[in-house]
Design a protein around this ligand. Sequence first.
Ligand SMILES: [Cu+2]
Length: 296
Amino acid sequence: MLTPILRPAAMPVAALMLAACGSGAPARDIATDSASTAAAEAPGDAGSGAAHVVTVTTMDYAFEAPAKIPAGLTTFQLVNNGPSLHHVQLVKLEDGKTADDFMAALKSGGHPPRWASMAGGPNPREGRSAASTTLMVEPGNYAMICFIPTADGVPHVMKGMVRPLTVTGPKPSPGEEPAADVVMKLVDFDFQLSQPLKAGQQMLRVENHGPQPHELAIVRLKSGKDPIDFAEWGMKPVGPAPGTVYGGVSGIMPGAHAWVALDLPPGDYALLCFVPEGKDGKPHFEHGMAKRVTVS
Ligand SMILES: [Cu+2]
């Protein structure tokens, strides 16, 4: 769930474009929180063949997470201690750039840094279970960001939700991947499902087949609400939400894929993408990536 502050560049598509933050945005302390200096390393899980599990805890407005994790297949469990909704958008930083450099670029509102690209992460899920999103994580430097806005439209990253993450070790070899029950293709501008989502537990494989970054937010709609109702609420969350979030994957680059562990009650759902379009800056849901599906 992204705000227009993060724009995919038209050229090259693989770059992120950062729009001006707006003069009204509070510029107070957006340095990384003190917890980020704790160089905790997640326990290794080498050799098991299973995905390494990393738990990220969110609160208003900070992340708790390991500072270093090993490269490879990684399941991110997102536990929200709210009260606001939060997600994890990993931003991969090239050329030796740091999370501080990314924040400086974000604050300057200048030209988009070509050294930053969207690398996915869990979109939020309400309720008792953690959101669970699996990615093949490459070694390198990342910034962990929350772009979900406050009720006044300010992305949480500007309230301090940024945290550096170092991914260590050799480039992972493509090994055994999670078995998927349903495959979803993200295209410009639609969600294409190999078969309908069904009630209960299932593993969803999400593939970006478009020429620009896309994300997936799954939302169970309240009675009488449309996908666009939740999309508009998501851009400026004032008042009761017109739906309940059930996870997904934040922005991933063209050609990338991820897995989302779903557990869905029957109902009417919205599939949404909030990534801004490369040319006009409008969120993708305005271009058609606001799709209603029924789960039974
Ligand atoms: Cu947040």
